[in-house]
Design a protein around this ligand. Structure first.
Ligand SMILES: [Zn+2]
Length: 310
């Protein structure tokens, strides 16, 4: 199977070293360290911005440049150690007004929204970006303790925030989401969200609720959104999805019938897509004005797997 974007990071996360502040500081100051700046959750990319670019390069900085850029409060998060033994960090420059056009980065590159950048970067770099973006986003939204409301402090190279007032520790969270195809004979159930233009469709999806298994969430979501009952849920693959911090859990399920009862609060449309049509769409043919989700989405990979089933 093709690698699903945001998975397959080449870094050794070296999680056992995160609490060792002197080791982290030594890695961060080595001249071989690579520091990837993000500004308002957008990664820095090298070169001139081109909207027609087929591929782009991550804008890693050396420590001296990163230190010159990092204003007060700019956080450096340890992402891991690369195959070349260099430590890799993410640097949050969100407080800077315009870092691509002034200061040491001027003329070197540009910031691009993470979703577009991930589609243009090599897969190994997209995986590092996903980790960086999800962590910076978490820090930006967890500046105050949910237990007592006091400002929290950055700790463990970015993997903990500590509240000095009540002593609570807070850790980066990942929210599980089920995304699935109900299958009935040679067709699978897909839906169009209200925000999608006509012709665009995807697999049904939803957050797992407290006290629910993956299998139960799959069955509940399909029934809530399309009124279809399913059984025999099987696991396909997962995808880290840093918007802001989900784990997409891809599954298949066997539908008991093709009768749809649409919940129009959830979806604009739901329909059964025949395998032959799906194969034609994946081969790039025009079929009924439909568009398959792009490969950045696990839905694409679920649909492709279904199209290859005998
Ligand atoms: Zn607290």
């Amino acid at each position: 199977m093709a690698i699903i974007p945001f998975s397959g990071s080449p870094l050794d996360r070296a999680s056992e070293r995160r609490t060792d502040a002197s080791w982290i500081a030594a890695q961060r100051s080595r001249t071989s360290a690579r520091i990837w700046p993000l500004w308002r959750l957008q990664p820095f990319l090298l070169g001139a911005e081109s909207h027609g670019a087929l591929s782009v390069e991550p804008g890693y900085l050396r420590p001296a440049t990163a230190d010159e850029l990092a204003g007060p409060g700019a956080i450096s998060i340890f992402l891991g150690v690369g195959e070349d033994d260099a430590a890799v960090f993410a640097l949050d420059l969100s407080a800077a007004p315009d870092p691509a056009n002034e200061g040491p980065l001027a003329g070197l590159g540009y910031f691009r929204d993470a979703r577009t950048a991930a589609q243009l970067l090599p897969l190994k770099d997209a995986a590092i970006l996903g980790q960086a973006k999800a962590l910076i986003d978490w820090h930006q939204r967890h500046g105050f303790c949910p237990n007592c409301g006091t400002r929290t402090a950055f700790a463990d190279a970015g993997y903990r925030r500590h509240c000095g007032a009540c002593g609570a520790d807070h850790f980066p969270r990942t929210d599980p989401v089920v995304i699935m195809l109900a299958v009935h004979g040679d067709a699978c159930l897909v839906g169009r969200a209200h925000r999608f233009p006509k012709g665009m469709f995807s697999a049904l999806a939803g957050y797992i609720e407290p006290g629910e298994t993956i299998e139960e969430a799959v069955a509940r979501e399909i029934h809530e959104e399309a009124g279809v009952r399913v059984r025999d849920v099987t696991y396909f693959a997962t995808q880290p999805w840093p918007f802001p911090s989900s784990l997409m859990i891809g599954c298949f399920a066997q539908a008991e019938s093709r009768e749809i009862s649409l919940n129009d609060h959830e979806l604009a449309e739901a329909f059964w897509l025949e395998k032959a049509k799906l194969r034609a769409l994946l081969a790039g043919e025009q079929v009924d004005g439909l568009w398959v989700p792009p490969p950045i989405a696990i839905a694409h990979h679920l649909l492709k797997r279904f199209s290859e089933m005998p």
